[in-house]
Design a binder for this molecule. Structure first.
Ligand code: SF4
Ligand code: SF4
Length: 118
């Protein structure tokens, strides 16, 4: 009898170990776009707003597609995007302890769904 391969199922989004963190004020956005170009899942895009440097910083347009591959973190020349431990990030996020300009799209989306933010 032929052996049967188990189906390869992607990890459910909320079971990923890490969350994507973006430091808006460090990002050179439209003058760089390295992470946007190299993300294999097209997760990233630019915001319309300006940061203090006058750039449009990067954001996540499709955070649910992120595979935690870490390409963006490795390629960013300004350390403006990285993956952080989910539990640690959740603690800081829920205690409102994030520094200004720090974005965690996945947690922001969750909070919005729960009615915590707009
Ligand atoms: S970790 Fe990988 S999939 Fe997720 S945003 Fe970065 S490059 Fe894209
Ligand atoms: S690689 Fe870094 S500096 Fe460049 S757009 Fe992405 S987050 Fe911003």
């Amino acid at each position: 009898m032929a052996s049967v391969r188990k189906p390869i199922t992607p990890k459910p989004v909320r079971m990923r170990d890490k969350v994507l963190v973006m430091l808006e004020e460090r990002c050179k956005g439209d003058q760089c776009q390295l992470c946007v170009s190299f993300c294999p899942k097209n997760v990233l895009c630019l915001t319309d707003k300006y940061n203090r440097k006058g750039y449009h910083p990067v954001t996540a347009c499709d955070i649910d597609a992120c595979t935690n591959c870490q390409f963006c973190e490795l390629i960013c020349p300004d350390m403006a995007i990285y993956l952080a431990d989910r539990d640690e990030a959740e603690k800081v996020f829920k205690s409102h302890g994030l520094e200004e300009g720090t974005k965690i799209p996945e947690l922001e989306n969750d909070a919005a769904k729960e009615g915590g933010t707009d």
